[in-house]
Design a protein around this ligand. Sequence first.
Ligand SMILES: Cc1ncc(C[n+]2csc(CCOP(=O)(O)OP(=O)(O)O)c2C)c(N)n1
Ligand SMILES: [Mg+2]
Length: 546
Amino acid sequence: MTTHPNGARVLVDALKAHGVDVIFGIPGIHNLAIYDALYADERVRLVTTRDERGAAHMADGYARATGRPGVCLTVPGPGVTNALTGIGEAYADSSPVLLLATQLATDTIASDKEDFHQLRDTEAVLRSVTVWGTRPATANEIAHGVDEAFRRFHTTRPRPCYLDLPMDVLAARAEVPIPAVPANDTPDVPEPALVSRALTMWLSAERPLLLLGGGAREAAGPLRRLVELTGIPVIMSSSGKGIVPEDHPLSLGDGWMAHQLGREALEQADCVLAIGCRFGPLTTSWWSRQIPGWIIQVDIDSEEIGKHLPVSLGVVADAAAAAQAFVHALESSSASTSQPRPRAPWLNVVAIREARRDAIRQRAPDAVSTLERLRAVLPDETLLFNDINGIACWGAGAFTCRLPRTFHYPIGFGCLGFALPAAIGAKIARPERPVVALSGDGGFLFTGQELATAVHEGLGVVAVVFNDQAYGTIKADQAHRHPGRLVGADLSSPDFVRLAEAFGARGCRVDRLEDLHREVAHALTLDGPTVIEAPCPQALPPWIEL
Ligand SMILES: Cc1ncc(C[n+]2csc(CCOP(=O)(O)OP(=O)(O)O)c2C)c(N)n1
Ligand SMILES: [Mg+2]
């Protein structure tokens, strides 16, 4: 007699059918059936974290490093609420994370029993940080829920989804055989007529520009070709850093300058082709800065088109499909115009890049030279994870990236404590790559206990902690906006070397920022995690205009 699988087994099989190979989480009474279904499974690595927020950031870091969805698993109630901040960051930054939020037994969920781990309304709690979720009532619905989440990850703007899995449904036997093979979903291809309209408009402009955001990261190949075929300069948001190498002769580099530095290209262009860019607050300086030229916006999410800025033409399409269509149209010369190709750039790209670097250097000399020295020793494929702090906020402009998905920042939600756990998730996903996290003494302690996870998993991540015994960026902002009225931003931070050692990690300190890059390069040659404590460069944060 064949026994039908239970809900937990159905879940695990469905996840594996979609290629899931790592789950980050914490066990508890409500999700033990899932752990049991994963027992001795050689294809799925279970990473046990020290807080569900760590699990969520790790799943996000895994997704950012690979483009593949990351998965995290929690208990109900406090497990779910702990995970929320990390899921919120993934939501804001369009990162595909699946939260497996387990749940009480079905008959107690809607009651007011004040059961152990009970949340009054889990769905309400999760709705604000996820784009879709469901509470399956049967084992088969679990499989369909997994399929639907992955369909969304692959065909729509990638944002977190959740499954709210009641423990009785995880235990129940499936009634009928489960479909094993996921549907082969392909994302939206742009309409040929729109492609040629967009191209004609863009190519006939006098001062055209290409603007790339995080949504275009999977399109690096055809986008580089597009730039080279047309000779049109390109600017990227910080999430799009490296799609075209930032030191390419046509690359204006990162457009994230919340002040005037480096905005001339956006302001002078008469036609901007924007792909996978949401025109968020940091690209637009809180929407105060206009882009006066025509905008052609390509986005997989129809609701993003024209949401923040009026657009002349909207194209709803997957970025890679659109970029390929543009390149194909150009190569087959069906979109030929009177313009010679590639044309001479209408602005001096390298001079603008250098002028911006000089301006940034004047504002934050120590931060910029530290980032430049780090760049010089870190291979291009290094995955750099930033927190929100005095040095990382200059990295968008000063750390030159040559590959997409190598510079990561909690850009949308802006939550402190992102860098270390996200770096851990990335190292698990890409063990062959150097992985470095840059945190301040404040931000590091939000999630620093995940060092224990890095030690347990034997991960060679390098965490740099810039210690100024303060929430320094905010202290500088306060000193600027409320002169002489400093309050609430000083800290008594620990000795991070001893803290690292207490966790079983390697700890070391550099007294001069000039020595940091050498320590980082050395630590990357070692097994296991290293924490490097360093002095913190001081500067007014870039969003303050002087
Ligand atoms: C979860 C969260 N809480 C508060 C803030 C506000 N905030 C932004 S930067 C910052 C200071 C960070 O201090 P630290 O990590 O030591 O870096 P530093 O600015 O000193 O270089 C604070 C408190 C935030 N971004 N996220
Ligand atoms: Mg600090």
